[in-house]
Ligand binder design. Structure first.
Ligand SMILES: [Fe+2]
Length: 336
């Protein structure tokens, strides 16, 4: 999910002031205030002492490395999108051969059956089932991915509830929209790049869903666009997760929390892994600013949008179908 309209800049500032939030702090009021501050001013923060078992993270990392260490020909057997006939499915994809991003990815959903709008056009109601491609090697790959995804889901719900409190709405105000969620994990592998100054692992973009919870390795490379327009590196903190605001949270919060613009650099000597977990609403959900956050003086800044069509447009418009109209948040902005 990358925008291709931005050329890579060479450097970001070597500062690390992305907020770090300790989730073991018992004061809910303190946590809520920290999260409000981070979401309003940054759109991103790191969490530590989050309760995700370290052994589960280690097991997951071991199998993902085994999978990507295989020859490309082996991994390509899982590609479902080569013929464009099934561009909607999950599995292995690579962008390394294109000029776009220097990376290969494996996407995995948490639900066994996922129904997606068959087209992104207005009024179209046909649905189609997404196909999931799981490799046979390593043998416990699927189990480790699903265990990891469940932990990320638990953490995402906890964070979303704190975010709701930070917006001044009921703790579980948004939970219902995730009942039939389409949450997805993505393992991103960036091989060492011989021309790191001329490529990016992932070009600048915002995440389309509600919230992203990401683990990155000690190679680092994730950069976020600060409100003042400067690119800032997100420093690697062992066992921390990076959490960022996505497009749907921007709409629900009526732009109080803005979707984070971010990108990832490549490394000339070391391979890099990062694993975003996308916390996404159910595909049938219509997203609009929460009524508690709008009134006579604070009008809704967005029109209602159909999440499934928005997601489909962004997911399948980039790279795979250059002729397709890609929906972006500014398509739904209400003019002042
Ligand atoms: Fe992203």
């Amino acid at each position: 999910m990358a925008d291709c309209d931005a050329a890579p800049a060479l450097q970001a500032n070597e500062v690390n002031d992305v907020p770090v939030i300790d989730l073991s702090i018992l004061s809910a009021a303190y946590l809520v205030a920290e999260i409000r501050d981070a979401c309003e001013n940054w759109g991103v923060f790191q969490v530590i002492n989050h309760g995700v078992p370290l052994e589960l993270q280690a097991k997951f990392e071991l199998v993902m490395k085994k999978f990507f260490a295989q020859p490309v020909a082996e991994k390509r057997k899982l590609r479902k999108d080569v013929d464009v006939e099934n561009p909607y499915d999950y599995g292995y994809e690579e962008f390394v051969e294109n000029v776009d991003d220097w990376k290969e990815v494996f996407d995995f959903p948490l639900e066994k059956e996922t129904m997606m709008p068959a087209s992104t056009g207005d009024g179209e109601r046909d649905m189609r089932e997404l196909i999931h491609s799981w490799p046979e090697y390593p043998p416990n790959f699927r189990e480790a991915c699903e265990e990891y995804g469940r932990e990320m889901e638990k953490l995402s719900y906890r964070l979303m509830e704190l975010i709701c409190l930070s917006l001044g709405v009921q703790r579980q105000r948004l939970n219902g929209f995730f009942k039939d969620h389409c949450n997805m994990g993505r393992i991103i592998h960036c091989p060492p790049c011989p021309t790191p100054h001329a490529a990016l692992g992932t070009h600048r973009h915002t995440d389309v869903g509600a919230l992203t919870v990401l683990s990155q390795d000690d190679v680092g490379g994730l950069e976020v666009l600060r409100r003042d327009g400067e690119w800032v590196q997100v420093k690697f903190i062992p066992n921390a997760y990076v959490v960022n605001v996505g497009d749907m949270l921007e709409v629900w919060s009526n732009k109080k929390y803005q979707s984070l613009v971010h990108r990832a650099k490549v490394n000339s000597e070391r391979e890099r892994f990062s694993v975003p977990f996308f916390f996404n609403p159910a595909l049938y959900v219509v997203v609009e600013p929460l009524e508690e956050l709008t009134d006579e003086e604070n009008h809704a800044k967005y029109r209602a949008l159909h999440w499934g069509k928005y997601y489909g447009s962004r997911k399948y418009g980039n790279f795979k179908n250059p002729d397709m109209d890609v929906l972006r948040l500014n398509n739904f902005m209400v003019s002042e």
